[in-house]
Design a protein around this ligand. Structure first.
Ligand SMILES: [Fe+2]
Length: 181
């Protein structure tokens, strides 16, 4: 079956479905107490899935995902998403005034629409684990300073996925996802 471009809604559904199948991805989780670790689980023509592990206190930086939409499903621990306010670049005070905080607890999926500027951090005491789906696959990420001014854009070089695409598609179908894979 051909892949179809992922809408944020579809990607959110897929992330939830994949998150509910730990037998598939849990053996691939790498927990490093000093670093956030990502593993590319699967990749189609126009979407991809990652497994991330987050030590306590670790986050990304404020960033976007280029032209990709996405979804984040937390499967262990909890994460905090700091989302840039739409008006943050035009008058808000620097710092946290520009960012709205959302907790993503275990069992929760957060959609990440295209164009969102955010940070994701594990502020909890324990490690966190999450599933991320992006569509199309990440090509670039732009990072922002505290005033939400872009400071650099990094190209994302795709790594070989660790799971077979057919296996992941079968999971999405078997569990009744209405999303087309
Ligand atoms: Fe992100």
């Amino acid at each position: 079956m051909a892949s179809t471009p992922g809408t944020t809604t579809a990607l959110t559904a897929w992330a939830g479905v994949l998150a509910s199948c730990p037998a598939v991805w849990a053996p691939l989780a790498v927990h490093d107490p000093d670093h956030r670790v990502h593993v590319r689980l699967a990749a189609a023509d126009d979407w991809e899935a990652y497994l991330l592990t987050w030590p306590s206190g670790h986050g990304v930086e404020v960033h976007d995902h280029g032209r990709s939409a996405g979804a984040v499903a937390v499967v262990a621990g909890s994460l905090v998403e700091l989302v840039a306010r739409p008006t943050a670049r035009s008058g808000a005070r620097p710092g946290t005034d520009r960012l709205v905080r959302h907790r993503i607890g275990a069992g929760t999926v957060r959609p990440v629409p295209p164009g969102r500027i955010h940070d994701v951090i594990n502020v909890g005491r324990f490690p966190a684990t999450s599933i991320h789906i992006y569509g199309p696959a990440l090509e670039t990420m732009t990072f922002y300073d505290d005033d939400l001014r872009p400071v650099r854009t990094e190209r994302v070089f795709p790594e070989p996925p660790l799971l077979g695409l057919d296996e992941v598609r079968a999971i999405l179908r078997r569990t009744g996802s209405r999303a087309r894979t």
